[in-house]
Design a protein around this ligand. Sequence first.
Ligand SMILES: NC(=O)C1=CN([C@@H]2O[C@H](COP(=O)(O)OP(=O)(O)OC[C@H]3O[C@@H](n4cnc5c(N)ncnc54)[C@H](OP(=O)(O)O)[C@@H]3O)[C@@H](O)[C@H]2O)C=CC1
Ligand SMILES: CC(C)(CO)C(=O)C(=O)O
Length: 310
Amino acid sequence: MQVSVIGGGSIGLLFAGYIAREFPTTLYVRRKEQYHAIKEGGIHILNHSEDFKSYPQVKYSDEPWIGDLIILAVKQPEILSLTETLNNKVNVNQGLMFIQNGMGHIDILENLQHRHIFLGVVEHGAKKTSDNQVVQNGLGNTQVAAFRGDMKFINDLLLLSQFPFKIQSDWKSMLIEKLIVNAVINPLTALYRVKNGQLIENTFYYQVMKQVFQETADVLCLSNPKNNYLPNNIAHYWDKVMNICKNTSDNRSSMLQDIEAGRITEIEAISGYIIKEADRIGKGCPLTQFLYNSILAVQFDYLRKEGAND
Ligand SMILES: NC(=O)C1=CN([C@@H]2O[C@H](COP(=O)(O)OP(=O)(O)OC[C@H]3O[C@@H](n4cnc5c(N)ncnc54)[C@H](OP(=O)(O)O)[C@@H]3O)[C@@H](O)[C@H]2O)C=CC1
Ligand SMILES: CC(C)(CO)C(=O)C(=O)O
């Protein structure tokens, strides 16, 4: 299997670095400095038990996207502008995999012509520390489900024992399970500027975390047997939040990394989705609304400063 990864951020470097150890892999980047850093030094991955270099091919993202499977590792706001590029640039028989947090990318999938589209949920914690180095702060799995097409298409990925992919049968349940994790962990860590594990270690953060979880679970009607999510059991989702928080305790969430780097966050695809869902069913969600406005306020300040400096 030949794999291409689009975007050399924290997750793109992690995926390209691991997959290139087993399969021919190409990483597509858009900056000259990053292109040269990877071409000359490969990708350096560090975690608690390993420290290795990996050498995928590197290309500029305006070159043709080759490979059996294209993994889109850009952020959700960029995904929205990629529909046309994907339809023009990627053959309908090449597979696509989207690994974004939240639900913001789902709407564009119906407009794609590709026969094999997969959704991934990344449970690793990763932080890019230079253009060709990434620190893996949490070891997890990548859950993957078919949005359209045949799961057999990505069978080879299941052979990656050091970087596990786990097959799920229902993409919506899978994304909802991750959505609740991100709706709780990401805005809280970004606002308090703490690592994921601190939400559990500090009893006051823990209380807040539990309240945000309860509100989110209520909006998503997670305990309602009439919805199609599996399983309809609140404790299952709380355990999931706790486990990911523990497994990635040393990680700064992707939203905290965005806030610290002055980038647009994925708040719209995460808390924004919960707010829209609450509106749709006529429920309030004041805590999520507070977190949403707070993250937008911080983001607004640095984007305005950046605009003034241009
Ligand atoms: N980090 C984490 O721990 C986790 C992240 N995720 C999800 O993974 C996704 C990626 O997150 P993350 O890796 O942290 O994000 P980053 O911001 O670290 O990386 C995004 C990368 O995309 C690149 N990019 C943007 N547009 C293009 C383009 N047109 N062509 C080529 N490259 C492009 C950026 O390049 P440039 O550097 O040049 O700006 C950047 O390197 C997100 O949707 C997030 O929700 C999920 C779980 C954990
Ligand atoms: C898994 C987790 C919570 C890791 O930090 C994540 O999805 C993120 O940071 O966006």
